[in-house]
Design a protein around this ligand. Structure first.
Ligand code: DAH
Length: 345
């Protein structure tokens, strides 16, 4: 008997959706009022047998809780003005505006770099940020005792007897190796990604940053191809008339190796703090892929030659937007980020 009534009321309470504060108040009086249903049920409860009491006691208490909770919920709805036909809704008020976010400057510049190289037929490839010694160092012709393998530079994760050291990659050159190991020439790709180095964080250094690696391997690829490709990139990125120069350099994985400077994008070459008065700024490392690297990746170095290059996206961005502190890129300060509104979404 009592159980039936409770079931029926439970259904009624669950379905209850008041349209006004007045209906909510009527609900309270009906169920929770001093002469309400719950009061009646508790009176009725006094008369039931002790066996039934054991079961019904809990049922009744749960029911009371349900009614109270429901009342709290619907009451709050009207207090916060969430619903109800009788509210003071002013439909003529303007809607709430919302601000569009903006692309991160590094994403914008990475995209720009990708678009430029796509026009030359380069595809885009990626590789893992956690690398083994082979892909990050050995296959790239790093001698065993090369200082770049030292603990200061590399974040080691663990030592593995089979695969050697496992570390966060220190450069995107590791992706070159993966690409060549897993395919057949010709290769013409750029490989953007995040890299890690064990450096103290300052305006000019960070423990993580971003690079774009480039690789072009085919028959008869020459240093002239490398120069023309990078020259084209610079004209597209920084405008026609930007000058380039190559200085001899050393990287274990290229021979010969060079670093490329461009005329300072900030002062145009007359000298400023960005170029330390020299009129030139370095933007990337490059060279002809060392035959050892080709052979390490299973490519016939008698038949194929190639060039490679690697640039830091932060550096390319700094020179475009005159940003002087690397830390701005990772601090998520909205005042900084929202200056980079772009048409591309
Ligand atoms: N991996 C070099 C670095 O992180 C950059 C680099 C230099 C990449 C020359 C290359 C290259 O592919 O040919 O400093």
């Amino acid at each position: 008997m009592m159980q039936d009534k409770i079931n029926q009321y439970t259904a009624e309470i669950s379905a209850f959706e008041p349209r006004s504060a007045a209906e909510t108040e009527a609900f309270r009086i009906k169920f929770l009022g001093t002469k309400g249903i719950i009061k009646d049920l508790f009176d009725e409860f006094k008369a039931v047998s002790p066996e039934e009491k054991r079961v019904l006691g809990k049922v009744l208490n749960d029911f009371k809780k349900l009614a109270e909770e429901k009342y709290q919920i619907v009451k709050e709805q009207f207090e916060s003005g969430d619903a109800g036909a009788d509210q003071n809704l002013d439909l003529s008020l303007p809607g709430e505006g919302f601000e569009l976010g903006s692309r991160h400057p590094l994403s914008l510049v990475r995209r720009e770099i990708v678009e430029i190289f796509k026009k030359l037929g380069f595809t885009v490839a990626e590789g893992p940020e956690i690398e083994d010694d082979w892909h990050n160092f050995s296959a790239l012709n790093f001698p065993e005792e090369h200082p770049a393998r030292d603990m200061q530079d590399t974040f080691f994760i663990n030592k593995d007897a089979v695969n050697g050291d496992i570390a966060l990659r220190t450069h995107t050159s590791s992706v070159q190796v993966r690409m060549m190991e897993n395919g057949k020439p010709p290769f013409r790709a750029i490989m953007p990604g995040r890299v890690y180095r064990n450096e103290a964080i300052s305006a000019r250094a960070h423990c993580f940053f971003h690079q774009v690696e480039g690789l072009y391997v085919d028959e008869n690829v020459s240093f002239a191809d490398l120069k023309q490709t990078l020259f084209y990139f610079v004209q597209e990125m920084y405008g026609e008339g930007t000058k380039v120069r190559f200085r001899p350099s050393y990287f274990p994985f290229t021979e010969p190796s060079a670093e490329m400077d461009i005329s300072c994008t900030i002062c145009g070459g007359t000298g400023c703090p960005m170029c330390k008065g020299s009129g030139w700024v370095e933007i990337l490392g490059c060279g002809m892929v060392d035959p050892n690297v080709l052979e390490n990746c299973g490519i016939d170095s008698q038949k194929y030659t190639g060039f490679a290059f690697g640039m830091g996206i932060e550096r390319i961005t700094n020179l475009k937007y005159e940003i002087k502190d690397l830390r701005l890129f990772s601090e998520n300060d909205v005042r900084f980020l929202k200056q980079f509104q772009s048409e591309v979404i």
